[in-house]
Design a protein around this ligand. Sequence first.
Ligand SMILES: Cc1cc2nc3c(=O)[nH]c(=O)nc-3n(C[C@H](O)[C@H](O)[C@H](O)COP(=O)(O)O)c2cc1C
Ligand code: SF4
Length: 524
Amino acid sequence: MKASGWAIPAAVVAGVAGVAARDLRQRKHALLRNFPVLGHARYLLEAIGPELRQYVVAGNDEERPFSRDQRRWIYASSKLENNYFGFGTDNDVEHTEGYTIIKHRTFGDTAPPSHTHAGEETPLPSAKVLGAARGRPAAFRPESLVNISAMSFGSLSHTAIEALNRGAALAGCLHNTGEGGLSPYHRNGGELVLQIGTGYFGCRDSRGRFDLQRLKDVVAGAPVRAIEVKLSQGAKPGLGGLLPGAKVTAEIAEIRGIEQGKDCVSPSRHAEFSDVDSLLDWIELIAAETGLPVGIKAAVGVMDFWEDLVAQMGSTGRGVDFVTVDGGEGGTGAAPMIFSDSVSLPFRFGFPRVYAAFARAGLADDVTFVGSGKLGLPDNAVVALALGCDMVNVGREAMLSIGCIQAQKCHTDTCPTGVATQNRWLAHGLDPALKSVRYANYVKTLRRDLLKVSETCGVVHPGLIDAGDIEILFAQRETLSLRELVGYEPGWGGVSEGDRAAITAFMAGAPSGGSRPESPTATG
Ligand SMILES: Cc1cc2nc3c(=O)[nH]c(=O)nc-3n(C[C@H](O)[C@H](O)[C@H](O)COP(=O)(O)O)c2cc1C
Ligand code: SF4
């Protein structure tokens, strides 16, 4: 080859090297930092994907767990890009079983503002004060009705936890630690819900037994606002967990109070209680010793547990401050397929049964209800709030907002975006400072949409949307109101008169739309 014949290959190599160097230096895209040059293929496919899929692969609503449309909405929201959709819905409204319709009101005291970003900075707190009904000393009104679901350091990387915690601070959210204990990465300004699972990680003694003093020390040393006792999780209820020894680094061993390099087992059941009676004793003990509101998280299977819980709360004066109901469609770092696919009820079936048990006993106003299971999407969140949730927790949607591309390799430690891995190189690709803003943007946009939808329904806060405001379509055969479908009695799913008045007063300054000035003849 002549000297000039080398010019083109040399230019290509230099170009590729230049792109690689730029990819490694930039911080915006974890995927490009971890996979320089190659990672661009994903962005190209993302850009021309709609056209390609139109002819070759899948439609906008076919992918699972999150469809392309749902992910696009989260990605665009987290970057504060245009998250509107053009040309009208591409959902098959006419033929989809169980399609949700929210019913607006033509006239009302409130109207949503038309401007795209209006409402993003508006606080949207819980309509209930957490822990107030049981007089907990540290009762408080959560600032945000959207919060981060339990996901441990261990299943998520240190950079992901830091990004979420910083993002929680920016968005005024609560950040649930997950059952893996409270790590240094949880101490970046965001307020916490400390989760206690069956392994009692971070609050156990050297033999693995629950240690109350260690719990009190942990709580005293961090901005913990509430404690969640994990009974089960929708994606793998009744099954413990295992963090393989290879992932038990010295740091994780220190945080969890376990041995480095050895498999870390979360047993299937708790050792501190074995029935509702002993569970309530334990909850009251923790609440008394820490002063914090204490709740439980569980998926819904056989209803005996809930009926017994409600009965004993009614008759003994002991009780939980909040209940987090996790749907069977919820996520996990790793679980057997049979558990993820088939054990425990989906949120829309499970939650109404639990709520109804409390409502029948007249206890629904005394408990803050939290929902999770793909509720970080506006339409699902509205349904959850109408069913009686006071707050929703977001897990995988939060992961998507900080860069997850739904590669579904969380269980392999090879997460390409550095979200769900302990591999230092991959985790390093995720820049916590940048991704924290992405998470905060996503939550603010979700709250904005919830506020706008509530105003279109004629109420000032999404917690006041009623199960009667929602209709469920069964293809073109029939429709049922959500209230009829789940068998709610009048008033169920709402809040007490006192809470309604308080949240209405709180929302007085929220941005609202309206109309042009009246014409002279309008009042004529
Ligand atoms: C990577 C990962 C780790 C999780 N770790 C926990 C955990 O430690 N404790 C827990 O109660 N739930 C855990 N979950 C479940 C979530 O908290 C949440 O309940 C579930 O994913 C449903 O919410 P989503 O649909 O918004 O993801 C985890 C989920 C994921 C995806
Ligand atoms: S492995 Fe895939 S699904 Fe799991 S966090 Fe990483 S990008 Fe997301």
